[in-house]
Design a protein around this ligand. Structure first.
Ligand code: ADP
Length: 700
């Protein structure tokens, strides 16, 4: 505080800052709190930062005809949910609101056409420029590189050969290194290539083996896979590898074309007819918007046009993906069919890529701003036991979605294409953090059927209320411009039942009476009534929820990140002035309960970060405090799948594996993920990279 106020000005101290942990203050001080550019002295405290964000985002509503006093009341609400750490918007909103830098969103997808530059501004070097502008202000970018012709292919204009997508990705990577985000953080990217691309094998291996920790260090990479490919993997059949130069994506975009067919045939009976025909033909494409053909027929055309470079066994290609992912964590998979099937505004085109961490599948040029609810804050305890404060949660959701919607108007967009795409769908992504700590507070182990059930129910509740808020906002301010009440796809209609998730993962058991009672309120939600309201009043945002990793905002909120389990219960941090022991506050509470809170015990725990194998610990503690590597992969996946069912965008999750897990585990996880209907999957095997963000136990 001396930094900010100067000595002797402590009268301005705001006790709400005492809610912040030591680590939160350190992060805020290092990157978020504003400084005077001349003196480099801090000019705000954490509370002043929350106030700055609240004020700026509430002021947008003046444009919608709200009075000064109404805006002030909203500002108070926004300030309250942030300062009580019940909700935080994503990093760019916290950093840039009300400042010269204007990007407030975290997620962008930029198209890359197979040309150096185009009049529309979406050639390779146009994309590079767009990326630099976004990174400069703290956003993350995703690209589908599948439209670029493979290396060795012809280039007509120079009669030379193409250098291929992977070599272009290296340029994007170097640019990311150079453009540091105002010195605050380095940019992040997602690079996608679809599985039919002739250069797919180079792509799969571009970050592993000898290239591990060397190449494309600013990229996460994902292979875009389709249902037809996964089926061929199961059957061990051949698939073609294709150059996009001649035929764009022949025979592969099954669901996209079904959607397109729906789009062009607005009459109900015509839709039925097309869908029946597609079913009969078993996997079809819609060519030239006039004729339906099967995948096999499309391949004949591709062959005739010379677009098929060669054939490869789907299983061996899949094994290469698995081997690489086991080795280095990359590539992940994106399930392109699932992404498009459950895209509410499917009629706008096909989604081919996501933002860096996968929680936002977006159309070309779209951006999305995120914010997350701190679940741990809604666990309450009375003499009669623990309960979830559902009313408080619903109230927080209401203001959080409103705040996120205002971000779209407050944003200063770096490119007109981004502004136009973003404002036409107005996608926002409300997510969560602190799930692990919520579960601990409720006494439910993360790797239990009860925990999965709780995730499923809480996700459903949040989706319902976020959607409801978006309808209410539409009543007040109008729907998103490209909203089509009849074609909009209600994703809750295709949510898989809870029992299905257990069936796929072969996890046995039933939710207990305790967790059913805790979440009984969720069973009463009526989604069909909500749909009727949506059709009647409209909808403000094409998507409303999204589960982000909350890497830094969870530190600010002092809670566990996103829907992940705890990573370590205690660890030793070496810093310049000495060694510090850090310990999870809930874990410490439990140690106290059992009178185990002495330095010797804590030191012992800090060596490994875990207590699962520690026979001296009470069984309750060992069960409740299972950390990321102790949780079986099935339970990681189940949480992801549970949240994905009630999510109109994506769910970011890392399936953490122990270092001794074999490649077969990765294979099992990837196949199960496809069946569970998640939109993407990433694994990370402990110690598989030389540099790891968080080390287990002892930290350097
Ligand atoms: P935060 O906690 O800082 O708000 P998250 O960890 O939830 O952010 O990440 C959300 C999204 O923000 C990511 O998926 C990505 O799009 C973007 N992002 C995260 N870290 C970076 C970074 N270093 N550079 C650029 N974008 C980032």
């Amino acid at each position: 505080y001396n930094h900010v106020y100067g000595k002797g000005k402590w009268k301005d101290f705001d006790p709400k800052d005492l809610l912040l942990t030591y680590n939160a203050l350190k992060v805020l001080e290092a990157r978020y709190l504003l400084k005077d550019p001349n003196t480099l002295r801090y000019i705000e405290t954490p509370q002043m930062m929350f106030r700055r964000v609240a004020k700026y985002l509430a002021s947008v509503e003046l444009k919608y005809g709200k009075s000064e006093s109404e805006v002030k009341a909203l500002e108070e609400k926004f300030y309250e949910i942030m300062s009580n750490l019940r909700f935080l918007p994503n990093t760019p909103t916290l950093m840039n609101s009300g400042t010269r830098l204007g990007i407030l969103s975290a997620c962008f997808v930029i198209p890359v056409r197979d040309s150096m530059t185009t009049p529309e501004g979406d050639g390779i070097y146009d994309a590079l420029r767009a990326m630099a502008l976004v990174h400069q202000q703290g956003g993350g970018t995703g690209f589908d590189f599948s439209e670029l012709r493979p290396k060795g292919d012809v280039v007509a204009s120079t009669a030379g050969v193409a250098s291929g997508p992977v070599s272009f990705m290296k340029i994007f990577d170097v640019s990311t290194d150079v453009v540091k985000q105002g010195g605050k953080r380095r940019g992040a990217n997602m690079g996608v290539m679809h599985v039919w691309h002739a250069e797919i094998e180079d792509f799969i291996n571009s970050k592993s083996g000898k290239l591990k920790d060397v190449q494309l260090q600013n990229f996460n990479i994902s292979v875009g896979v389709y249902d037809y490919f996964m089926e061929k993997v199961e059957r061990g059949e051949e698939v073609p590898l294709i150059t996009p130069r001649k035929t764009r994506i022949p025979g592969t975009d099954h669901d996209y074309y079904i959607n397109k067919a729906r789009n062009y045939m607005s009459e109900e009976w015509a839709q039925e007819e097309i869908l029946n025909e597609l079913e009969e033909k078993g996997g079809a494409v819609w060519l030239d918007e006039s004729k339906i053909i099967t995948v096999d027929e499309a391949l004949v055309i591709a062959e005739k046009e010379g677009a098929i470079i060669r054939w490869i066994n789907a299983r061996s290609l899949f094994n290469e993906i698995v081997k690489s992912a086991w080795d280095s964590g990359d590539p992940g998979l994106l399930f392109i069919d699932e992404i498009n099937r459950r895209h509410p505004v499917w009629y706008l085109g096909k989604i081919n890529a996501t933002n860096p961490c996968g929680e936002e599948p977006l159309l070309p040029w779209e951006s999305c701003n995120l914010g997350s609810i701190n679940l741990e804050k809604f666990v309450k305890e009375t003499e009669n036991g623990k309960y979830i404060d559902w009313d408080g949660l619903a109230e927080t959701i209401k203001y959080a979605v409103r705040l996120l919607d205002n971000v779209i108007d407050a944003n200063k967009y770096p490119l007109k294409q981004i502004e136009q795409a973003t404002k036409s769908t107005r996608k926002v992504g409300l997510g969560v953090m602190g799930l692990a700590r919520m579960l601990i507070k409720l006494g439910i182990p993360y790797d239990s059927v009860d925990a999965i059930y709780l995730s499923y129910q809480v996700a459903k509740f949040i989706y319902y209320h976020a959607f409801k808020t978006s309808i209410e906002l539409a009543k007040e301010k109008g729907s998103f411009p490209v909203y089509d009440p009849l074609r909009y796809h209600d994703i809750w209609e295709s949510a898989r039942p809870f029992e299905y998730l257990l069936e796929v993962t072969k996890v046995e058991g039933k939710p207990s009476e305790y967790v059913r009672k805790l979440t009984a309120i969720v069973d009463k939600l009526d989604f069909s009534e909500l749909k009727a309201e949506r059709i009647k009043h409209g909808l403000r945002n094409a998507t409303v929820v999204s589960v982000a990793p909350t890497g830094t905002i969870s530190i600010i909120a002092g809670t566990s990140s996103s829907i992940e389990p705890l990573f370590a219960l205690a660890f030793i941090r070496n810093v310049a002035v000495g060694k510090f022991m850090e310990i999870d506050s809930l874990f410490l509470e439990y140690l106290r309960k059992y009178e185990l809170d002495n330095p010797e015990v804590v030191k012992k725990v800090a060596e490994t970060g875990t207590v699962g194998e520690n026979m001296f610990m009470p069984a309750t503690i060992r069960k409740l405090f299972r950390t990321a590597h102790e949780v079986p992969p099935e339970f990681h996946l189940l949480h992801q799948a549970a949240w994905q069912q009630w999510n109109d965008s994506g769910t970011s999750k890392t399936i953490n594996l122990r270092s001794e897990e074999p490649p077969e585990t990765v294979e099992r996880v990837y196949l199960m993920a496809w069946k569970l209907g998640v939109k993407g999957i990433t694994v990370y095997r402990d110690k598989s990279k030389s540099q790891q963000v968080i080390y287990f136990g002892i930290k350097k």
